[in-house]
Ligand binder design. Structure first.
Ligand SMILES: NC(=O)c1ccc[n+]([C@@H]2O[C@H](COP(=O)([O-])OP(=O)(O)OC[C@H]3O[C@@H](n4cnc5c(N)ncnc54)[C@H](OP(=O)(O)O)[C@@H]3O)[C@@H](O)[C@H]2O)c1
Length: 270
């Protein structure tokens, strides 16, 4: 039987890389995008050794024509598209008063518009295959965190976008699942941008005890198979969701305290 085909933005690292291996192990041909050629090549090699086909594209997901090229590559290589995973994302740590608007916009273009462009250019193929879209959002898609207003608002915007198009695509049999993880192990925090727009390079948070990208990928695959609407991971994540909905002031206090207590917290001098 012909393999199914998955496209993963940000497939060169962390959750995207783990998802690429998981879907490959489940028999999917894989297309991945990212900015880092060496890492993309490494993931491609690993997938070939698992036994399915993999194509990659070095591109910037915040540029629409770059995203269009990724979908064109998919159709040219494999002739169809069954699953789109909107995963590429970065964070930016700054109190809003000191935030650089260019960096704020850059984040929005990657996190929000990167997903919008991916969906836009995939829709005809996903309707044809009656496929699935998986959005990698965050608990920050519905819970606010101080010093991360760019990230939080981009993920809230994504939540609204996917909730809207889910209704449009319902009768086309395209399933949309929004996965909202809390912290998990990856390079994400090292890649987080500082007020000046440079990468943090180290993490403001101890990764001990966080779930791994591989565990996350397994759960996302399970959710995809069961055509879930939303995925929230861990007891802590589910509790945070409940507190936010029923006790928003308590949620605010907990969120503020958590960021106040992180290493080199920007709230300490603000
Ligand atoms: N880690 C966490 O604790 C956590 C928690 C909740 C949600 N998330 C979400 O999970 C998703 C994946 O993050 P991760 O933790 O796996 O982080 P990661 O290891 O830093 O991976 C991020 C991926 O996004 C890609 N990317 C970044 N900018 C890009 C651009 N301009 N164009 C194309 N690709 C770009 C990166 O590719 P290159 O490296 O090749 O540029 C990389 O493959 C993100 O949407 C993030 O918001 C993460």
């Amino acid at each position: 039987m012909e393999n199914k085909v998955v496209v993963i933005t940000g497939g060169s690292s962390g959750a995207g890389e783990a998802l690429a291996y998981k879907f490959s192990k489940e028999g999917f041909d894989v297309v991945i995008g990212g900015t880092n050629l060496e890492r993309l090549k490494k993931v491609q090699l690993n997938i070939k050794s698992i036994g399915t086909r993999c194509e990659y594209i070095v591109h910037d997901v915040s540029v629409e024509k770059d995203v269009k090229k990724m979908i064109e590559l998919t159709i040219k290589s494999f002739g169809k598209l069954d699953v789109l995973i909107c995963n590429a994302g970065i964070s930016y740590r700054s109190v809003f008063e000191h935030a650089n608007m260019e960096v704020f916009e850059k984040l929005f273009k990657i996190n929000f518009f990167g997903s919008i462009y991916s969906v836009k250019h995939s829709i005809p193929y996903l309707i044809k295959s009656e496929g699935s879209i998986i959005a990698i959002s965050s608990l920050n898609g519905f819970i606010a965190t101080p010093t991360r207003s760019a990230y939080v608002s981009s993920k809230h915007a994504l939540q609204g976008f996917f909730d809207s198009i889910r209704l449009e695509l319902k009768n086309k049999n395209v399933n949309i699942m929004v996965a909202s993880p809390g912290y998990f192990e990856s390079n994400f925090r090292k890649n987080t941008l500082k007020s000046d727009g440079n990468k943090e390079g180290s993490t403001a948070r101890d990764q001990k005890g966080m779930i791994t990208s591989e565990h996350l990928a397994d759960k996302i695959y399970e959710g995809y198979k069961n055509k879930k609407r939303d995925l929230i991971f861990t007891f802590r994540g589910k509790l945070a969701h409940l507190i936010k909905n029923w006790f928003p002031k308590l949620s605010d206090r907990l969120s503020y305290k958590e960021i106040l207590n992180e290493r080199e917290s920007l709230l300490k001098d603000y």
